[in-house]
Design a protein around this ligand. Sequence first.
Ligand code: ADP
Ligand code: MG
Length: 386
Amino acid sequence: IALRPQAPLLPGRTLGVLGGGQLGRMFVHTAQAMGYGTVVLDPDPDSPAGQVSHHHIQAGYDDPQGLAELARLADAVTTEFENVPAAALATLAARRPVAPAANAVALAQDRAQEKAHFVRCGVRCAPYAVIASAEQLAAAPAELLPGILKTLRLGYDGKGQRRVTTAAELSAAWHSLGQQPCVLEQWLALALECSVIVARGADGSIVHLPVQRNLHRDAILAVTEVYAGNLPQALVEQALQAAISIANGLQYVGLLCVEFFVLQDGSLVVNEIAPRPHNSGHYSQNACDLSQFELQLRTLAGLPLTAPRQHSPAVMLNLLGELWFAQGAVAQTPPWAEVLALPGTHLHLYGKGQARPGRKMGHLNVTGPSPQAARATALKAAALLG
Ligand code: ADP
Ligand code: MG
């Protein structure tokens, strides 16, 4: 049985984060702005969140001593990293309130369990088959081809995925992934991608951010655009209902992102869930009166959840490591002064020492008085960044 705060954890208490990446860093910034103490557990001595937290426990996610220290220092613990061992969350949950719960994180870590949950909730996902053995490979339904083979576990930003068109390619792809358990999904003709972030409290109350429209490049999120009229209203309502069913079905406590595909026939298909803040929710920092990080904090601390309101149309540009090499082979600082001369630009950098292609180094939130203005500024910023 999960421990829950008896009363809200108020500023002055200490909040813990398992994982020290950029999502943890932005959670820590939010918690500190509200007067909370923070403690981060991450093995990297220079992790983005560890750099800014009051306490940084430098230990592996499954290190018993590190976890004991985290439970000692923190009044409640959340996670920012999808692949933390669910067992570590379960260990912590014996001593402190933990949100999200280990079982929800474990489900989100396994594409087969995740899809089975969508089916249970009556939310449509891509046709799929689990391929964990040579028998299942041989029996893979032909109608799933052309398809995309994804490892059940540990995939992110398109890693651990292979597109396949024939049975022979499927077999080669499964072997190239080391014959590890995978799902084969039918390749869908996408019109667009969108996502929604919901925050659900221990009392079952639930609020959400606006439905976000996402553009991926090479399977990595590149741009998120959020403003009224950007998506058909019927789709927005369907996505919200689906996300709420998925969260309620898990009795989820915490912040949850649900990613969707919109097919060319206009229908909605759920892709995957993330039991943590999400890259596609970063615009909320500057465009909404409650950011996804404050929503995460409120669910963790047992504070009231009020409905977030978006006050500005927004475009978020992801800043990947390539930008540091736009002018040549030697890393250079991107032209921040020029970018920040554009009205409504908000720079967020994650404190990562080394830029590498594909590495998420930061993001730029662009807000404007109108969707047109925000988009025009985002285009100018993108042109400056090359
Ligand atoms: P990750 O965990 O790496 O984010 P996703 O399953 O979300 O993996 O896939 C990454 C991207 O690849 C998606 O956002 C989408 O653009 C594309 N993609 C994934 N699965 C499919 C599919 N079945 N049909 C079409 N496009 C897909
Ligand atoms: Mg994804």
